[in-house]
Design a binder for this molecule. Structure first.
Ligand code: FAD
Length: 577
């Protein structure tokens, strides 16, 4: 039998799984693998990023968008440590990722050698598969097992590879091509469907909370809602599963959510939790309600809220079965009341978006984005106030995608997400939205987008502060501290990287910048100087928050000897009562 280098066998295994690109940074302890990737660059593109954190955040985002495994690599030691953040993002948002980490050669292993870090220990908490390679012969099989495990357990598989091992010649055993991984769906018990249908038929005020587990079931969700006249609320990362303009849609639930969603939840007599593991239980009904939960993972049934009936299975299959077994409802008062409530909510939001003054209102920027967004645009959103403005004001349809670091909530995720989106869907428009805090954490990788010719629109909401933290401090009754950010001209930065840049300081200039972005062939940053007093208030202000703002104002006077700029009273009153 012919022989090949173990590194070539590794790359062949990646090709077998249809992996066509890898994010990373080369370097000594991973260079034997990088060399094998060089030889196969037509099949697997190496995306050379500027920070390893961006490599794993991009790999995680690619996986969220496509369902396919994202791959990142780095040297051991510092590079491996940098990768941790994106690895946790994949772990917590339950998506498959493969990480290849270099390691010092076996001849010097365990000698406290240069850059030698105990990587299996470092990765023990984040990985679902975590092996240090001991022999060249086993490398291809272990890579294969790593990928299978990452898909099956929806998590991160890590291989730590001493740099000498990939150079060893091994037998060239060609494996059959792997089929794209398909999750096995549990068979849904017909008696649970029958029991759930009874509960739905007898409910007066049913409500749906739909999550990430309905992303593949968008049409069926709409059909079920229309068939039973049930209002739909979604979790934040599920944005887009229900068109924002659908009359049965009440938006998100939680601090970022809408007031109608909060109120409908508290009026409901039946809660249908579909494909979500919604964490903020204070926003779920606080009274006795019947609950039907649908989840593919049996361990999630009753995890956050007591389930009267648990349907273990795929959301699309369960909803299809429920459409067939439940009564058609022609009219439901609860839905109509919720719709009326929602019409008011949209009226308030439209008022916010109509602001034409300077400093520019972030809500107005959302209107500008909406104007140029294409039907199937992918939105990559950062963590911070950009999360609030985008979730609340952007109107998505079924063809859009919405990317975010939902569970880890890491700042700096928007740009890596946009890079990944261009590799996942090169022909779709990609719009990233970040605050200056989040963007400046990863801004070096704007040059990656320029270098690889990935046209994308990056909107930086520049308020020269960590605004989300500012309002967190205020609503907790704390005085603001350590939230200021020195100003950076991100448009100049974009130009210096070879991209396009627009700095917008006056409302009148918004349209020019966004019109330029619409047709730009290069990555573009629109650096919008926004009103730092635009408060990302919760949709429904609860008593604790109202008391927190009051305490903050009193402390400002007594300890700082000044009146602070509070969020507008009119908005607070609207959202409190
Ligand atoms: P997951 O936790 O990923 O749950 C998905 C569920 O679907 C899992 O139980 C899974 O087993 C199941 N599933 C998967 N596939 C299927 C299938 N085929 N069929 C059936 N079930 C399936 N979130 C909010 O909702 N409101 C907020 O106000 C909010 N504020 C946030 C603010 C910030 C700054 C950030 C960063 C995040 C915020 N989040 C908010 C996100 C929040 O932290 C959680 O990540 C989110 O609520 C979880 O959504 P989920 O339950 O749909 O997703």
């Amino acid at each position: 039998m012919s022989k090949i280098k173990a590194s070539t066998a590794l790359v062949n295994t990646l090709k077998n799984w249809d992996i066509n690109h890898v994010y990373g940074i080369p370097g000594d302890s991973i260079d034997t693998i990088v060399d094998a990737l060089r030889a196969e660059q037509e099949a697997i593109q190496f995306i050379h990023v500027r920070h390893e954190e961006v490599a794993t955040l991009a790999a995680s985002s690619y996986s969220k968008l496509t369902g396919k495994i994202g791959v990142a690599l780095s040297i051991g030691g510092p590079g491996a440590i940098h990768m941790l953040n994106g690895m946790y993002d994949a772990k917590m948002d339950n998506v498959p990722m493969l990480v290849l980490a270099g390691q010092v050669p076996t001849s010097v292993a365990n000698t406290k050698y240069f850059q030698e870090v105990d990587l299996p220990t470092l990765f023990a908490d984040v990985a679902v598969f975590n092996k240090q390679i001991e022999s060249a012969e086993t490398l291809p099989d272990i890579v294969d097992e790593a990928i299978r495990t990452a898909y099956e357990k929806k998590g991160v598989a890590v291989l730590t590879i001493p740099n000498n091992i990939p150079l060893t010649e091994i037998k060239n055993t060609v494996k059959p091509k792997r089929e794209v991984y398909e999750q096995i769906k549990p068979e849904i018990a017909t008696e649970t469907i029958a029991r759930a249908a009874e509960l739905i038929n007898s409910a007066k005020n049913p409500i749906i909370l739909a999550g990430v587990g309905t992303k593949h079931a968008k049409e069926t969700l709409v059909q079920f809602s229309e068939h039973t006249k049930t209002p739909v609320i979604i979790s934040l990362p599920a944005k887009g599963v229900m068109p924002d303009t659908h009359p049965n849609f009440l938006g998100n639930l939680g601090k970022i959510g809408t007031k109608p969603a909060y109120e409908a939840m508290q009026e409901a007599d039946l809660l249908l939790m579909i494909g979500n593991d919604y964490p903020y239980t204070d926003y779920l009904p606080q009274h006795d309600v019947t609950c039907i939960q649908i989840d593919i993972d049996p361990s999630k049934i009753g995890h956050r809220f007591p389930a009267t009936v648990g349907i273990v299975g795929d959301a699309k299959e369960a909803l299809t079965a429920l459409i067939e077994t439940t009564d058609y409802i022609a009219k439901r008062e609860f839905l109509e009341a919720s719709q009326e409530n929602m019409a008011n909510w949209w009226k308030w939001l439209r008022e916010d978006q109509a602001k034409t003054g300077t400093p520019i209102a972030p809500e107005a920027v959302m209107a500008s984005i909406q104007k140029i967004a294409e039907k199937d645009a992918i939105f990559s959103i950062d963590v911070g106030t950009s999360t609030v403005w985008s979730t609340r004001y952007l109107q998505l349809d079924h063809q859009n995608d919405f990317l975010i670091s939902a569970w880890l909530g890491t700042m700096g995720c928007a740009l890596p997400g946009a890079i990944a989106a261009k590799y996942a869907f090169p022909n779709r428009q990609v719009i990233a939205l970040a605050g200056d805090g989040g963007f400046s954490m990863v801004m070096q990788d704007f040059v990656t987008a320029v270098h690889y010719k990935l046209p994308m629109i990056i909107v930086v909401l520049n308020n020269k502060e960590l605004s989300f933290i500012k309002y967190e401090q205020q609503s907790a009754g704390e005085l603001n501290y350590a939230i200021d950010l020195p100003d950076i001209n991100y448009a100049d930065f974009a130009e210096s990287c070879g991209g396009l840049g627009f700095r917008v300081e006056k409302f009148e200039d918004l349209e020019i910048a966004f019109e330029a972005a619409r047709t730009a062939k290069r990555p573009i940053i629109i650096d919008v100087v926004v009103d730092s007093n635009a408060a990302p208030l919760p949709g429904k202000i609860v008593m604790d928050e109202a008391l927190g703002y009051t305490k903050f104002e009193i402390r400002s006077v007594l300890e700082d000897h000044r009146f602070s700029k509070m969020p507008p009273l009119k908005t607070i009153i609207r959202r409190f009562f």
